[in-house]
Design a protein around this ligand. Structure first.
Ligand code: NAD
Ligand code: AKB
Length: 316
């Protein structure tokens, strides 16, 4: 009987979150799933497409699942290549999870939203929890619609669904899966393998970011918080730092002095430009005590240390 089901567990976040959940609850208590087998299997895993509602319901019932972490999605850059398919995966997947959660009386659901819900009308600096959100990507539209659906299911059915608007996540354990903030992971691999990197964003593109360790801890802390503390059922603004490619490269140079960066902006520049530069996460801090541990210098030092210790993870 697995208590927790992770959907989209093979991705950048799911790889690390699933391990954290297994360390905490035990290997057999956490059932991971994705379209494919994981690179390394550390507990029960099954193949499941989140668009398959009957399949999802069967997995929940047969395994006695009590909580779902619904990570499966198509991210911002990849999403623009096939907008309608992205909408179907991101929205049908979420609605299947919400419907199944109500029908099977699940205790709790986690749904990751994103800073991609912000758009050109959103205040660029210290973006507040509530503002004008008119996202420019299909991914952002799906995440914002998803937040509204979560809020609706919480209000209408009393479903305990909790959500975070993650900023760009940087981690050494797993490769990113088609986002606009992927440069901030790729750059470390390129720096260590080749001493140089060609960035697809302009040098002064400032975006909110967070180290993987902080984003996993935030997720677990939100899911642990007493219900009465959760006053926002859309998604919580969350951040740890904001930096530009130029600033990240300068920080990497402090560890790898010969590192060289070039800039060749592509279609992802327009996506990044539609997002905001810094975020006010005061509601998460006040309501459930969020505090980040890592700033740019600490994140960079740890990324380089961890990738140097795990050279098999380096990707050219
Ligand atoms: P990812 O692209 O690395 O992983 C997504 C996973 O979903 C992949 O393993 C993929 O195989 C799976 N998937 C795709 N379609 C599926 C389907 N139809 N059925 C089942 N699985 C399917 O993404 P990630 O970076 O791990 O992101 C996880 C979640 O966090 C996503 O919902 C994403 O929107 C959100 N998020 C991530 C970031 C970030 O910087 N990584 C930032 C904000 C929000
Ligand atoms: C992306 O760049 O698409 C993701 C995100 C911020 O949601 N990293």
């Amino acid at each position: 009987m697995a208590k927790i089901l992770v959907l989209g567990a093979n991705g950048q976040v799911g790889t690390v979150l699933s391990e954290a959940l297994r360390r905490r609850w035990g290997r057999e208590e956490v059932l991971t799933s994705d379209l494919n087998a994981p690179r390394q299997q550390s507990g029960p895993h099954l193949l499941l497409d989140v668009r398959d509602e009957a399949g999802l319901r069967k997995v929940i019932e047969e395994n006695g699942v009590r909580q779902i972490y619904h990570l499966a999605a198509i991210l911002s850059a990849r999403g623009e290549k096939d907008p309608l398919q992205t909408w179907k995966i991101n929205m049908d997947g979420l609605l299947n999870v919400l419907e199944s959660a109500v029908a099977c009386h699940l205790e709790r659901v986690f749904y990751p939203s994103s800073m991609a819900v912000f758009g050109p009308t959103t205040p660029r600096e210290m973006t507040p929890q509530e503002a004008s959100f008119i996202p420019a990507t299909v991914y952002g539209i799906s995440k914002y619609s998803g937040e509204l659906w979560c809020n609706y299911y919480a209000g209408r059915y009393g479903l305990d669904v909790r959500s975070i608007r993650y900023p760009g996540i940087v981690g050494w354990q797993s490769p990113p899966g088609g986002g606009t903030t992927d440069y901030a992971v790729e750059i470390f691999h390129a720096a260590l393998l080749h001493g140089k990197y060609t960035c697809f964003l302009k040098p002064d593109t400032r975006l909110p970011m967070m180290y993987m360790d902080d984003s996993i801890r935030a997720t677990l802390e939100l899911m642990d918080a007493p219900t009465e503390k959760i006053r926002h059922r859309t998604a919580y603004n969350l951040t740890a730092m904001s930096f530009t490619p130029e600033e990240l490269a300068a920080e990497i140079c402090r560890h790898l002095p010969g590192f060289h960066i070039e800039y060749k902006p592509d279609f992802r520049q327009a996506i990044a430009d539609s997002w905001t530069a810094s975020i006010d996460d005061g509601c998460a801090r006040e309501e459930w005590g969020w505090r980040p541990d890592y700033d740019l210098a600490q994140m960079t030092a740890d990324m380089i240390k961890q990738l140097n210790s795990n050279p098999d993870l380096l990707k050219g």
